[in-house]
Design a protein around this ligand. Structure first.
Ligand code: ATP
Ligand code: MG
Length: 406
């Protein structure tokens, strides 16, 4: 059994998007498995087939496919001629010494010219397995489901299914830029947009050298982890400590957090435009902390000219934490660090900043100059998955910032 048959989400398959969706999915699967011995990735009749070479391990490939968005499910499969006897023989041979208390055959016929219906195929092949192995048939709740797929000129059989991550293939929904702190929420927000097919630029604001490099190390680790999902990530680090210090010097405590966020949005938007991104993403949640109120979000939004997406806006902390654990970002996010905002965060931020008040306060600040300075400080790091991907350029491997400013 040296094939893997991948089934994709049906939902996005309507109309003209179909070839685009499938082409991107195939490309992403190829890249995600490029360092494993996968000899072919091809489309066939509403599925994708991977052919494993002699050195490929199914478990390794499964680990990769579990990260490729757009995959609904997949299974290790054998390929034969579309002929009942041939399928049954190959299938019984590949069952080896496997035992099961009950089984059923589930057939799909994508080539309707095949002279038997799906229930007939199920009965025929099921009957042969039953007499070869003596297993009990259970149509409603089988311990083992044997899948048979009849295609044009070939057939596949497989035992059970592995779940894919769902979603849409990364890259088909355009680009966004996520404000990535080292906290729990924003990596989950970034992941959710990746799952919806977006390529996510990661933008981090740090306070080095006023604070340690810890927050940068955390976002590097987060970027590396998230790259297993989106295959290529660009991380941009912006020096923000000096701006925060100057805000602290001239702005009353309650307004500071909203001013930091508005500055971050202005700067991130410039980076987003250069990356051709259409929206910003944050990990904000209504009511999670005193500064994340609807009023403050409106004041933050009013400085942006592109939409600010907040995919976690209505989510509880427990739900976000559980999702961060599933994705794998949680252990990185909880490592203590001095987030740029912690040092400069007032104890009692305004819960209802007024736009007029904020805009008046900003009039005294050299905003345009700060933006230019911040953009001049940006460092760019590119991450690729897998690390040995042929696309990795020497200056762009993880943890090797280039001095390029984009
Ligand atoms: P997170 O867990 O994502 O840090 P949080 O609950 O700590 O979120 P805040 O610190 O109020 O919330 O930040 C709100 C949002 O602002 C974050 O989700 C993130 O999108 C953005 N943000 C905050 N600090 C930074 C930073 N240093 N760099 C980039 N984005 C940031
Ligand atoms: Mg935070």
């Amino acid at each position: 059994m040296n094939s893997i048959v991948v089934h994709y989400q049906e939902i996005a398959l309507k109309g003209k998007n179909r070839p685009w969706f499938i082409g991107r999915l195939v490309r992403n699967i190829r890249q995600a498995t490029s360092d494993l011995d996968v000899t072919h990735v091809r489309t066939l009749n509403g599925r994708v087939e991977l052919v494993l070479g002699p050195r490929a391990s199914y478990d390794d490939v499964r680990g990769r496919l579990e990260h490729v968005f757009g995959i609904a499910n997949f299974s290790r499969a054998g390929r034969t001629r579309p002929d009942i006897q041939t399928i049954a023989d190959a299938l019984i041979r590949d069952l080896g010494d496997r035992e099961t208390p009950s089984f059923r055959v589930s057939a799909k016929r994508s080539d309707k010219r095949f002279p038997m219906t799906s229930p007939e195929i199920e009965r025929e092949i099921g009957g042969r397995i039953k007499s070869a192995r003596g297993w009990h048939v259970d149509l409603s709740n089988p311990a083992l489901t044997i899948n048979v797929e009849m295609l044009t000129g070939e057939a596949f059989y497989s035992f059970g299914k592995d779940r894919g991550p769902g979603g849409l293939p990364t890259g088909i929904s355009g680009r966004v830029a996520c404000l990535l702190s080292g906290g729990i929420d924003s990596p989950v927000a970034a992941w959710r947009l990746m799952k919806r097919g977006c390529s996510v630029l990661l933008v981090h604001f740090h306070s080095y050298p006023l604070l340690s490099r810890a927050s940068q190390d955390k976002v590097r680790e987060l970027a590396e982890l998230l790259t297993a999902y989106q295959l290529h990530s660009r991380l941009q680090m912006v020096a923000f400590g000096e701006i925060q210090r100057e805000i602290v010097l001239s702005i009353p405590q309650p307004l500071r957090v909203v001013l930091y966020r508005r500055m971050m949005v202005r700067i991130a938007e410039q980076l987003a435009l250069r990356w051709n991104a259409k929206a910003l993403v944050t990990g904000e949640v209504v009511g999670q902390v005193a500064s994340q109120t609807l009023e403050n979000m409106a004041v933050i939004d009013s400085v942006a000219s592109m939409p600010i997406l907040r995919p976690l806006v209505g989510t509880d902390k427990e739900e976000i934490t559980a999702e961060a654990e599933r994705i794998g970002t949680y252990p990185i996010s909880i490592v203590p660090d001095q987030d740029c905002c912690q040092l400069f965060t007032p104890r009692h931020p305004a819960t209802r900043a007024h736009l007029f008040e904020v805009e008046t306060a900003e009039k005294s600040l050299p905003i345009a100059e700060w933006i230019v300075r911040a953009l001049g400080s940006v460092t760019v790091e590119d991450y690729y998955f897998p690390r040995t991907s042929s696309e990795v350029r020497p200056s762009a491997s993880p943890g090797h910032p280039t001095s390029e400013v984009t």
